[in-house]
Write a protein that binds this ligand. Structure first.
Ligand code: PMP
Length: 359
């Protein structure tokens, strides 16, 4: 659509995030947006039904008190160290607003990471200092620890990183926190429950740490839109101020009830994330048998390239066979496919389609 004279100047420069395809067709094998292949805990639907009975004509609890208590209990924190928002995308947006804008210095981030970070920088006018990944598509911790001669407003990383799936050890996170004592280090742990090292336990020790989680992946609630941040109470208080300046009721009654139930069913959570990790190991080996190079993943997806087949072409041919995977045009990673871990049946369908294409 062409620009309109009604637009304010900042809107002209916005480059919005383009999410992976969300098809209406039901029978596709959907391995393109890192959803959980399993449904959420059955307790979630029961809690949502109970919330409907309580009455949707009433506003929800603006503070999401029960949910924050359940999340805090799960992680051994206090409720004032927990912030909840409408998906972790919204939590990240509030964090960028609260901690990184108008700092007179750029935000430090890897060049290959979750692309929404750059979108928020554009939205809020935050300058960026982008650090290339090191060999093997690993986050270059040393370059983030000591950026060559630049003052920075803060640091953002995804751990495990997206879309590579490669995780950093907690020692690297601690080094970042220690080397940037006066700035917020935001660690987006969207995928951490699939084998990564969780930094939530460092919150008590580091006033500059903000950890962001989502219920969209390991708790299978992408459709409910709930995200969480962990930090010491001054950081959480800043997020509350920003939140209440946008929408004081971001989480509706259904989301609060369903998300609380998901946190309370720890056994289901552990069972399903173990199933995903198990499938990931099997799928990685089978992709290697087909000639793919697969990066070591600690997430619910794998990032893989075939030395003799163009990734965009492979994605298109998979789509013709009803299998959706994600391809990124960014030059450094344009030879890779990001494949979400499906059910065993979905993984088999992917492998079957790939063996036909590569034959
Ligand atoms: N962070 C990362 C690294 C992600 O990949 C995603 C999902 N695309 C998100 C955050 C956002 O997840 P949600 O808004 O569903 O919580």
């Amino acid at each position: 659509m062409s620009p309109s004279p009604f637009w304010s100047p900042r809107v002209h420069g916005l480059v919005p995030y383009v999410p992976g395809e969300q098809p209406r067709l039901a029978n596709l094998v959907k391995l393109n947006t890192n959803e959980n292949p399993y449904p959420p805990s059955p307790r979630v639907a029961a809690a949502i039904q109970a919330a409907v009975q309580q009455g949707l004509q009433l506003y929800p609890d603006p503070d999401s008190t029960l949910l924050r208590q359940a999340v805090a209990a799960h992680h051994g924190l206090a409720a004032d160290q927990v912030f909840v928002g409408n998906g972790s995308d919204e939590v990240l947006a509030h964090a960028f607003f609260a901690f990184f804008q108008q700092r007179g210095a750029p935000l430090l981030l890897p060049d290959v990471t979750y692309s929404f970070y750059q979108v928020y920088c554009g939205l809020y006018g935050i300058p960026m200092e982008v650090v290339p990944l090191a060999d093997g598509l690993r986050v270059d911790v040393e370059a983030l620890v000591a950026p060559a001669g630049v003052e920075v407003a803060g640091v953002v990383i995804a751990n495990p990183n997206a879309p590579t799936g490669i995780g950093l050890p907690l020692a690297s996170i601690e080094r970042l926190l220690q080397m940037h004592p006066g700035r917020v280090v935001l660690v987006d742990e969207a995928y951490v429950d699939f084998g990564g090292e969780n930094a939530v336990g460092l919150v008590a020790q580091y006033p500059n740490l903000l950890v962001v989680h989502t219920l969209s992946k390991s708790r299978a609630l992408a459709g409910l839109r709930v995200g969480v941040a962990f930090g010491q109470s001054p950081l959480i208080d800043a997020l509350e101020r920003v939140k209440n300046s946008f929408n004081s009721y971001p989480l509706d009654r259904l989301a609060q009830a369903g998300a609380t139930a998901a946190y309370e069913d720890r056994a289901y959570f552990d069972e399903k994330r173990a199933a995903v990790m198990h499938s990931r190991e099997g799928l990685s080996l089978q992709l290697e048998d087909l000639g793919f190079e697969v990066l070591p993943s600690q997430a619910n997806f794998v990032f893989a390239r075939h030395p003799s087949h163009d990734a965009a072409g492979l994605a298109a041919r998979l789509r013709e066979r009803g299998v959706l995977v994600r391809h990124f045009r960014q030059p450094r990673i344009a030879q890779y496919l990001r494949i979400s871990i499906g059910t065993p049946q979905q993984c088999d369908a992917l492998l079957q389609a790939l063996s036909e294409i590569l034959r």
